[in-house]
Structures are given as C-alpha cells and as structure tokens.
Design a protein around this ligand. Structure first.
Ligand code: GMT
Length: 377
C-alpha cells in the first residue's frame, strides 16, 4: 500500500481512546506511514522516538474577552495548518465531538481534499449523545466524515439508536500490542506487595469514574474474600477514589486491598493476577479487559455495552448482571477455587486475543479503510 501522511487527533490524556489512537499511530508509523499527532499535549503512550512521527501542539490561549478558552477553534486552525504544510492525505480523529467537527472545519479552511476518518469510542455517544443540545453536532460530525468506525457492535447500534445518524458505521475492535501485553515474569512483585503464597490476586484497572462502579468491585471482592484468601489490586485514580477508600475502611478490608494509583507497565501487574473485575454500567469496549486477557487473566464483566463482545461467558470469564454483587462474588469463588478452570479460561483468553484482537489484524482493517477512501477520490 502507498505510504500515507496521516494526522491523528485524540484527547491524549483520556484513558482508552487516547491509548488506542496512540498505539494505532505507532503501528502505522512502523508500517512506514508518516504520522502527525495534532493534540493539546503529547500522547502519554508516545514514549519512544520514531523518525516518522511528528507532534503538533495545539496552543489554547485564554483571552479576557472570551468566557471560555477556544480549544475547538485552536485545534481546527492547527489541523488546517498541518494539512496544508505537510500535505496530509487524511485525518483520523477520535470522538465525533469535538474532533470530527473540528476536522470538517479544518478541511474547509485548508481548501484541500483531505479525507476524514472518525472513530467513536463510547463516551461521545453513551454520555454526550443523551445531551440533546449536542445531538445535532454529533450527528453532523458523523455524517460529514468520510468513514466512521465504532469500537464495538454495541456502540454501533447505540449510535444509530441515540444519534439517528444516516451513515454506514464499521465496527473495528480495539487491539493490543502483543509484544507488550503477554505474560511476563514479575513474580517478585507478589512478595514486594506482601501477597502470601496461598493468596489469589484480583485486579481492577480504571479511571475511577462513577460509571466504572468501583464500589461494586470492592463489594464483590469482599464477598469472595470470605471464602478464598485473596488480595485486591486497585489500579488507577479518579473522582470515586474517596468513596472507594471509605468503603474499604467500612468493610475492614484495608489489609486486603492495595491502592496502587496510576501505573505504567500494566503487563507486570496482570502477570501476577488471577482475575480481573470490570463491572461498569457503561463500557463500549473495555480495553483493560483485553489487556488482561492478553496476559492470560480471565475476566468477570457486566452484561453492558461491548463487554460481552470481549469476554466470552463460560470460556474466557463470566458475564454477570450489573450490580448483582452476590452473582459476581459467587462466580469469582467458582473460578478461583478451581485451578483447572482457571487454567482453561486463561488459555482461551490468550487465544481469543490472538485470533480477534491482535494489532496486525485491526491495523490492517484501518489501512483498508484509508486505501478505499483515497481510491474513491
Ligand atoms: O472509559 C473511560 O472512561 C475512557 C473512555 C475514553 O473515551 O477514552 O474509554 C472509552 O474508549 C475505550 C477505547 O475505545 C473503550 O475501551 C472504553 O470502553 C470506552 N469507555 C466507555 O465506553 C465508558
């Protein structure tokens, strides 16, 4: 395929969407494309030098005449500048608003026929889509993009349902870089964290927003810890942290729960874990479940959004009803008390990721979309 010049815009510090956008940029660069990140700060996973990855910072000035800093306009101007100067072939933006709308404006400002690909990650639809003051803008961003992708079938259907967009939406699942996410030898961490030989390790990773239902994770763990010796690793930070620490205190579980805060090198933590809990009330995909599965960790997830498209009930983990703490706790006990079941689920998790969510497979699908659009002219 012809080597392309691709502009990528995402919220660089926001969880999964920023991770996927950055990983995609890195993979495309490895395949020889020239990548231009256009964002407000350096994407946090861009932690290595690539000769063909460029970063263009969006500077948002605060003027006293404006009540709010004009991020969207500053971004559109920067996009237009980069489209013209670097002669970009296409812009791949993550989130319909504001990024697709900014890309459409930038295309008009630049006067060049740059193609626009928009990837929907969920928050733009499952949260913002229900704000009627934004629905028309989201629909506009989707319909005026040249191609639109969603990270799960569930998100695709929800977008049609909520936004009523008249546009084909293709499902391209999230992926992981299997060179990073695989089981590694990090057993020393068990000892360093004070995890005893006979204890199982349960992990939860999120940005602790209320939609992640971290209190449910603590309650389900409390249920299982009555039967199975275990420690809970809580990784991440966010608005719910205060409630969660209080709940842990109230349940007298301080000695069983480790608050690790935000962490890099998650594969090392997954590699000492026996089970992941992802009990969200909204989740268009659940990238952390995929990362854990790639390291051989079975997951229990809620029957919400795209989670059942990632976790296969009874094969790579269990799917439970949202908020059903007893059911979740019991399923966790079943799994953690049966080492053969755990081994099978772990094996099937790794296989599932390799077959369906490996980077090469999904990055090729994105490239095919780019190629198609540029051929269409
Ligand atoms: O989950 C979050 O709070 C972050 C959010 C985001 O916009 O980055 O994640 C969304 O995109 C991820 C990557 O596609 C998905 O794995 C997450 O499921 C999705 N989050 C929600 O739908 C709540």
């Amino acid at each position: 395929m012809k080597k392309l010049k691709i502009g990528i815009t995402c919220y660089p510090t926001v969880g999964g969407s920023g991770v996927v956008a950055t990983e995609l940029g890195k993979m495309l660069a490895e395949k020889g494309h020239e990548i231009h990140f256009i964002s407000s700060s350096l994407p946090f996973r861009l932690n290595k030098m690539y000769h063909n990855i460029y970063y263009h910072q969006v500077e948002v000035s605060q003027y006293s005449v404006f009540q709010y800093p004009p991020y969207d306009i500053a971004l559109s101007s920067k996009m237009a500048e980069v489209i013209k100067r670097e002669e970009l072939d296409l812009l791949h933006v993550h989130y319909a608003i504001p990024h697709a709308v900014c890309a459409i404006l930038a295309k008009q400002m630049s006067g060049r026929d740059v193609k626009i690909v928009t990837t929907l990650h969920g928050t733009d639809i499952t949260v913002l889509g229900y704000d009627s003051s934004l629905t028309d803008s989201i629909r506009f961003g989707i319909e005026k993009s040249d191609a639109v992708t969603a990270v799960s079938e569930s998100l695709r259907m929800q977008t049609y349902d909520v936004i009523q967009a008249d546009k084909p939406i293709e499902v391209l699942y999230n992926f992981i870089d299997e060179r990073i996410y695989h089981k590694v030898d990090s057993t020393h961490l068990r000892e360093e964290y004070g995890i005893k030989q006979d204890e199982k390790v349960v992990i939860h990773v999120s940005n602790f927003r209320s939609v992640k239902r971290v209190p449910d994770v603590v309650k389900a763990f409390h249920h299982l810890a009555e039967k199975v010796p275990a420690k809970l690793l809580l990784v991440g930070d966010g608005p719910e942290m205060r409630n969660v620490t209080k709940l842990v205190d109230d349940l007298q579980m301080k000695n069983k729960v480790l608050f690790l805060g935000k962490q890099e090198n998650l594969e090392e933590l997954y590699s000492i874990s026996d089970l992941m809990l992802l009990l969200s009330e909204k989740e268009s995909f659940g990238l952390v479940a995929l990362e854990a599965m790639a390291c051989g960790v079975p997951c229990i997830g809620t029957n919400i959004g795209g989670i059942p498209e990632v976790i296969i009930d009874g094969k790579t983990g269990f799917i439970c009803e949202l908020g059903n703490i007893r059911e979740i706790g019991e399923k966790a006990i079943t799994l953690l008390s049966d080492s053969e079941l755990q081994r099978q689920f772990s094996f099937h998790s790794i296989e599932r990721v390799k077959e369906n969510f490996r980077a090469e497979l999904i990055v090729n699908q994105y490239e095919q979309i780019y190629e198609r659009l540029l051929k269409e002219g």
